[in-house]
Write a protein of this length. Structure first.
Length: 63
């Protein structure tokens, strides 16, 4: 099971990789885009686990 703190660390690591790739290769480089997509997935998981996804919170609260 991935803990929220671990996921937060993964987000920061992936963000650093994406920024470095953008600096070296440009914003539209395949590597940069891949890192960006992976970062999006991590951020979505982090939001759900930490309860920051308003759609998730609202639907859970209406049950």
């Amino acid at each position: 099971m991935v803990l929220v703190n671990d996921l937060k660390r993964f987000v920061e690591e992936k963000r650093a990789l994406m920024m470095e790739s953008a600096r070296k290769n440009g914003l539209t480089a395949e590597e940069t885009v891949r890192y960006s997509q992976e970062l999006d997935e991590l951020l979505n998981r982090y939001q759900k686990l930490s309860g920051q996804d308003s759609r998730y919170s609202e639907s859970a609260g209406s049950v």
